[in-house]
Every structure is written in structure tokens, then in C-alpha cells.
Design a protein around this ligand. Structure first.
Ligand code: URA
Ligand code: SF4
Length: 221
């Protein structure tokens, strides 16, 4: 039998609330076992731009909402600096359950990068979110998000501030529209960098977001 994926759990609907509710029952990979809950995307159903991160962090896992912890606060600041209103956006992740290690009892849970298998298993949720939203622009933040939709060998550093298209493949075949796709670093990489580099990294993230907003249809700006 083929390994399970989220495809076995994604309902045939473009109603975002229904999708979010269904994700709570997903057993498409093992990450649902230890996480508190699935953290589905959030934002306007009319969003023109979708931002995709990696997976929920510790705070997102508890709150049940994406980008509400430190990376989310940094992203909020970058969006303000880029002149993008968060209510024109929908924000989600490549993987919907928090993956972590627990170094010692009582210690803070440490984020662990999802495997390729988990990213591929979870991709049907992301594709269905895109189906529901039909955004003009999709911004993939960090290698996990970029490789989920652009392939496992995609190197994002070589393609910042480029307008890309989604390649057609097993999962993306159902998409009947053609959004512009851009890539940028993950907001948490700005926080992790050496303090002397942080301002530069932040400014580059803002430039990438501004570039992405520039791809929106003129009439929408
Ligand atoms: N990092 C992510 O990739 N997503 C979140 O929702 C939070 C932190
Ligand atoms: Fe399903 Fe994705 Fe959670 Fe795995 S991470 S159980 S595929 S929602």
C-alpha cells in the first residue's frame, strides 16, 4: 500500500473554513501524533497574495494560528516596511503540524525541520488552499516552502526577486490558474543571523516582499 498523504484527508471543497476543520483530522504523516493541533492558514479569503512558511512553531502550535510567535512578529514588521497590509494576505505553512524535539523534560520544545516525506505528504493541503484562494502572487519563504512547490533541488538564494511559475507536477496539476511565484528567506533566518548582519537581512526580506507586491495587478494597488 502506498504511504498515506494528506490527499486521503483533503475534502473536495474550496471553503477555507471547511478545509481548516478537516485538517484537524489529518493523519497524512506522523506529525499529528505529538503536535497540539493542526495549524491551518489564516487570512482573507479574498487575498491576492499568499505567503508560505515552513511549519508552525511552538507558539503557533499552542495558539492554533500561523506566524504569531517571534518569526511572525518579524514578518509583521517586514510587511509594514514593505507597505503590504496583512489583511490583503493569506499566510500559511508548507507543513501544518509542529515538528519538534524535547531535549529534557520541562524544557522548551525545539523546532525540527520537516523531512521531504512530510513536506510532500502535507502538500495537498497547501495546493487546496491555493485552489480556494486563486491568488495572483505566492511568496515562498525559506527552503522548505520553496522546495515543496518548486522541487527538492530548488535553491532559493539563486532566485530571489525573480517572477517564477509553478511547475506542473503530480499535485500541482489540479491548479487551473497560473500565479506568479517568488521566493525569499524564512523570517526566522533573519532572527538567527549574526547581530551585525540582521539589519541587512531584514532589508533584503523587505525588498523581496516589495518585489512580490509589485507583481500584483496594477488595479489592486
Ligand atoms: N515559522 C513558520 O514557518 N511558520 C509559522 O507559522 C511560524 C514560524
Ligand atoms: Fe497531515 Fe500535514 Fe499534519 Fe502530516 S503534517 S498529519 S500531512 S496535516
Amino acid at each position: 500500500m502506498a504511504a498515506p498523504t494528506a490527499a486521503d484527508f483533503v475534502p473536495d471543497t474550496t471553503d477555507l473554513d471547511e478545509l481548516a476543520a478537516s485538517a484537524q483530522g489529518c493523519k497524512g504523516c506522523d506529525l499529528y501524533l505529538d503536535a497540539t493541533q493542526a495549524v491551518f492558514g489564516a487570512g482573507s479569503a479574498e487575498a491576492e497574495m499568499v505567503l508560505v512558511g515552513e511549519q508552525p512553531g511552538d507558539q503557533e502550535d499552542k495558539a492554533g494560528a500561523p506566524f504569531v510567535g517571534p518569526a511572525g512578529r518579524l514578518l509583521d514588521r517586514a510587511l509594514v516596511a514593505a507597505g503590504i497590509e496583512r489583511d490583503r494576505l493569506y499566510v500559511t505553512n508548507a507543513v501544518k503540524h509542529f515538528k519538534f524535539t524535547l531535549p529534557e523534560r520541562g524544557k522548551r520544545r525545539i523546532h525540527k525541520k520537516p523531512s521531504r516525506t512530510e513536506v510532500v505528504a502535507c502538500r495537498p493541503w497547501l495546493i487546496q488552499e491555493l485552489m480556494a484562494l486563486q491568488p495572483d502572487v505566492v511568496v515562498l519563504m525559506g527552503a522548505t516552502a520553496a522546495q515543496s512547490l518548486l522541487g527538492s533541488t530548488f535553491r532559493l538564494t539563486a532566485h530571489r526577486r525573480e517572477a517564477l511559475s509553478l511547475p506542473r507536477g503530480a499535485d500541482t496539476d489540479i491548479l487551473d490558474f497560473d500565479p506568479r511565484v517568488t521566493v525569499t528567506v524564512h523570517p526566522s533566518s533573519v532572527l538567527r543571523g549574526p547581530p551585525t548582519e540582521r539589519e541587512k537581512a531584514f532589508d533584503a526580506l523587505v525588498s523581496d516582499l516589495r518585489f512580490a507586491a509589485g507583481l500584483l495587478p496594477q488595479t489592486d494597488r
